[in-house]
Design a protein around this ligand. Structure first.
Ligand code: FAD
Ligand code: NAI
Length: 475
């Protein structure tokens, strides 16, 4: 007789492990199956985010930013350094230790919340009257069954046709986080989130980085005033960004990779690099899940088809995170995971896609929530815009980091905040205030009337709100 659970979660990334914890909190007998292995073959729950995504990339961004500061901005503060160097092995070791801490943290949380963890791959075996049988294979070999199944199997990096990832010279996010020595020449295909974050890491450490982007617009989904400011900064830092290219082929040689492409003018061009990161988006992952066994429907992109409430076409089977529609973000996956557990418990949660924040952890950081100016214009919605530059913010001046601005967009009549866009220091933290404001349907005037600590970067958000009404105090 197989072990019976109320809820079985397949996938232990941010969508899955959080869903499992919430389900257990709600009193369900819950299991979570995850197949990720650490370098010793042991369990490493946390998914892409913890193992080869959010957490390790932020660890390397932090290390490389310290290195950049030490080399460039410390002198302005009167701090002298001789013989600055980077120990890449140590930096990677620290990153691995941070990842391990997070893996262990999740295993601890499973224990604390009495979630049964199974290390292995979960696959549909069959559907029965009282739920679904799931075959676990790998480190654990077992059949378990669940009345409710939550699928959170995540996504994988998309490769370029004819240029499979070898993780040595042609790198996905995985290899990009494990380059053992600073490459002299680094190529990046795709100037999206991964391309800019990983390109920044290795540029700061001394690589000559060229980013090739297919679209003619830089960060097309970002408010274009913000994107232009970011582009200016990245270019000044030495990141070479070529827009509107068409990749022809990628040839891997003995010690280098050559990318042949047409540049924006249509001219045939070659780029030879030591390492090439391909970051052209990610594809939903259902490998090994056996969706066909139970008739689980996928959409045309290969994502598990779900409705607004993360229900699949099968009764009591739910799916969340990167494997379904919507932005591929850890916090979106988590929100969906929690909401599904609560729906199973008969509650009525709501995930508001309009207030999911985006952050790109470059320097300057880019963060936004809500609609961009170009989206509002396309919709024909009347709006007011207010911007405030960090150049006029006391804290930013004291920090010596005055790049960028806060931009607020509000409805022309009601003053409701429709979008907030930030490029500059700690944009990732500042955006939280905007998310709260939008979730509570605040007006720009609400933010303008709230007391913000002085001196703080958050005063720029208040000033941007004042700018919506054309009455900044400090600019
Ligand atoms: P995943 O995290 O991919 O987890 C899926 C898990 O399921 C994996 O552990 C996988 O092994 C397991 N699995 C799959 N199939 C099976 C099976 N059949 N049986 C058992 N286990 C299975 N997002 C942010 O919000 N902020 C960031 O800063 C950020 N940085 C990123 C940086 C990089 C380099 C990358 C690649 C991504 C980043 N993301 C970031 C995106 C984020 O990692 C994903 O949106 C998030 O991990 C999705 O969570 P998930 O739970 O849906 O899937
Ligand atoms: P992306 O979608 O952010 O960017 C891909 C870029 O590649 C786009 O600009 C696209 O136009 C370009 N592109 C696509 N095909 C191309 C081709 N053939 N030639 C040249 N350019 C091409 O995808 P990315 O960077 O791979 O990241 C995947 C996802 O992971 C992100 O969309 C995001 O959801 C998540 N992520 C989130 C992070 C964060 O929240 N800070 C950090 C990193 C990743």
């Amino acid at each position: 007789m197989s072990k019976q659970f109320d809820v079985v979660v397949i996938g232990g990334g941010p969508g899955g492990y959080v869903a499992a914890i919430r389900a257990a909190q709600l009193g369900f007998n819950t299991a979570c199956i995850d197949e990720w292995k650490n370098d010793k073959g042991g369990p490493a729950p946390g998914g892409t985010c913890t193992n080869v995504g959010c957490i390790p990339s932020k660890a390397l961004l932090q290390s490389s930013e310290y290195f950049e500061h030490a080399g460039h901005s410390f002198a302005d503060h009167g701090i002298g350094l001789k013989d600055l160097s980077i120990d890449v092995a140590k930096m990677l070791g620290r990153k691995d230790a941070v990842v391990k801490q997070n893996n262990e943290g999740i295993l601890y949380l499973f224990k604390k919340n009495k979630v049964s963890f199974f290390h292995g791959r979960g696959a549909f075996l069959k559907a029965g009257d009282s739920g679904y049988e799931i075959q676990v294979t790998g480190a654990t070999e077992e059949i378990i069954s669940g009345k409710h199944i939550i699928l959170a199997t995540g996504s994988n990096a998309r490769s370029l046709p004819g240029a499979a990832f070898d993780e040595d010279k042609i790198l996905s996010n995985d290899g990009a986080l494990r380059i053992g020595a600073v490459p002299k020449r680094l190529g990046v295909i795709g100037s999206g989130v991964i391309g800019l974050e990983m390109g920044s890491v290795w540029r700061r450490l001394g690589a000559d980085v060229t980013v090739l982007e297919g679209l003619p617009t830089f960060l097309g989904a970002v408010d274009q005033q913000i994107a232009k400011e970011a582009h200016k900064s990245f270019t000044k830092q030495g990141l070479k960004i070529e827009l509107g290219v068409k990749i022809d082929k990628v040839t891997s040689g003995k010690s280098s990779v050559t990318v042949t492409y047409a540049n924006a003018k249509g001219e045939a061009t070659k780029l030879e690099v030591d390492k090439l990161i391909v970051s052209i988006g990610r594809v939903p992952n259902t490998i090994g899940l056996n969706p066909e066994t139970v008739g689980l429907k996928l959409d045309e992109r290969g994502a598990i088809a779900v409705d607004d409430h993360c229900r699949t076409n099968l009764p009591n089977v739910w799916a969340v995170g990167d494997v379904v529609r919507g932005p591929m973000l850890a916090h979106k996956a988590e929100e969906e995971g929690v909401a599904v557990a609560e729906r199973i418990a008969g509650q009525h949660p709501h995930v508001n896609f309009n207030t999911v924040p985006w952050v790109i952890y470059t320097s300057p950081e880019i963060a936004w929530v809500g609609q961009t100016e170009q989206q509002l214009k396309a919709e024909g919605r009347e709006f007011k815009a207010g911007t405030f530059p960090f150049l006029a913010n006391g804290r930013a001046r004291a920090m010596g980091d005055t790049t960028g601005m806060v931009k607020m967009l509000a409805d022309a009549k009601t003053d409701e905040i429709l979008g907030v866009h930030i490029v500059g220091p700690f944009a990732s933290e500042l955006i939280a205030e905007a998310v709260v404001a939008m979730e509570f349907k605040a007006s720009a005037e609400d933010i303008a009337r709230i007391c913000h600590a002085h001196p703080s970067l958050s005063e720029s958000t208040k000033e941007a709100a004042l700018a919506v009404d054309k009455r900044t105090l400090n600019f």
